[in-house]
Design a protein around this ligand. Structure first.
Ligand code: DAH
Length: 343
């Protein structure tokens, strides 16, 4: 016991008097005293040769020695921080900072934000809904009852746990959620991701993004719908863009239409993108079906409205002349870094 405390005293004096001049000496101190083969560890090993009646006192002594050494090390570390040790080898505050690479927005986000801003300027606000949706909001309320053939227009991912739940196949489900809130006039756009069980190719993916639009008020007409969409495409693609409406069918709108714009690639003269027609389809739209209004508890004699839905990938591809939709989800920085935008 006596021997041990003499040893401890000796080392304490040695440690207390230590100063370090640089990082290497600091590290040497740590290795010598506190490392796995260091002095503190080895002197702890002496415990086994201490007589039983002295074990408690020896334990205290050694523990205190350990704390003492650790405290000294901490002190040396803090003294080293903020002080240029040895010719600035440690910390030189005059050196330039490391350059952080700055990311870019995803092209889908850029176009989505552009679409949102255009409709915002018309008084639309943004609404969002869940991606895991129930059958009623995604289908039934939109006038697609069970066994309706139009359900096959979209290949749906159902949840294993319960076929009553699915990944939404379109953002039209958000229309229903908003109409149920019962506040009119209602003027919303709903951007978001949707899912369909489709084979991935240059033109299709099992997930993609849509923007849904909805306007419900008293005396909304098809003319309002057309005017709104004219305004949108001119803001989006420029004043020279040409537009045409074709009659179409959607269960949730009556009448329904699809809107084409003159091909941005060839300017309307015909190319592979527009399949030589000079036109490309960009959205579906129509007057909200009275049954849909009633499913949401809305008086269809009092209120009317229009709705539309478009795929953001498609518009982005036209905008930037991107030929393969898979590029959007591959996270290749060489592709992504090409899109710079303030939006
Ligand atoms: N939900 C349709 C789809 O995913 C798009 C659509 C068409 C939305 C017409 C609408 C609409 O609101 O009126 O194909």
């Amino acid at each position: 016991m006596e021997q041990l405390s003499a040893q401890v005293e000796h080392y304490k004096r040695e440690i207390a008097g230590t100063i370090v001049a640089n990082k290497d000496e600091l590290e040497n101190f740590r290795i010598k005293y506190l490392g796995t083969k260091g002095l503190v560890k080895s002197i702890m090993g002496e415990m086994k040769s201490v007589a039983v009646e002295n074990k408690k006192a020896a334990g205290q002594l050694l523990n205190e020695f350990k704390l003492f050494t650790e405290a000294k090390y901490e002190e040396l570390v803090s003294a080293a921080i903020g002080k240029p040790l040895n010719q600035g080898s440690e910390l030189d505050l005059s050196l330039p900072g490391a350059v952080l690479p700055i990311g870019t927005r995803h092209p889908i986000s850029i176009v989505q934000n552009k679409i949102i801003n255009i409709f915002r300027s018309l008084g639309f606000s943004v609404a969002e809904g869940p991606e895991v949706e129930d059958d009623w909001h995604n289908f039934s309320a939109l006038n697609l009852p069970e066994n309706h053939p139009a359900r096959d227009m979209q290949d749906t991912f159902y949840l294993n746990e319960s076929p009553a739940w699915l990944l939404r196949t379109h953002t039209s489900s958000v229309q229903i959620r908003e109409m149920q809130k019962g506040k009119f006039p209602l003027r919303i756009i709903c951007p978001g991701r949707v899912y369909r069980n489709e084979t991935i190719s240059a033109r299709a993916h099992c997930f993609f993004n849509q923007v849904e639009g909805l306007y419900i008020a008293e005396q909304v007409s098809f003319a309002d719908l057309k005017q709104t969409l004219y305004f949108f495409v001119q803001e989006m693609f420029g004043e020279d863009i040409k537009v045409r409406f074709r009659p179409s069918y959607f269960p949730f709108t009556e009448p329904s239409a699809e809107m084409d714009i003159s091909c941005l690639i060839c300017g309307g003269t015909g190319c592979s993108v527009c399949k030589k027609t000079g036109w490309v389809e960009i959205l579906g739209c129509g007057m909200v079906h009275p049954k849909v209004l009633e499913n949401c508890g809305i008086d269809s004699d009092k209120y009317t409205g229009f709705a539309f839905g478009m795929g953001i990938e498609r518009i982005t591809m036209l905008n930037y002349q991107i030929k393969d939709l898979r590029l959007f989800s591959e996270n290749d920085v060489r592709f992504l870094a090409q899109f710079k935008s303030a939006l």
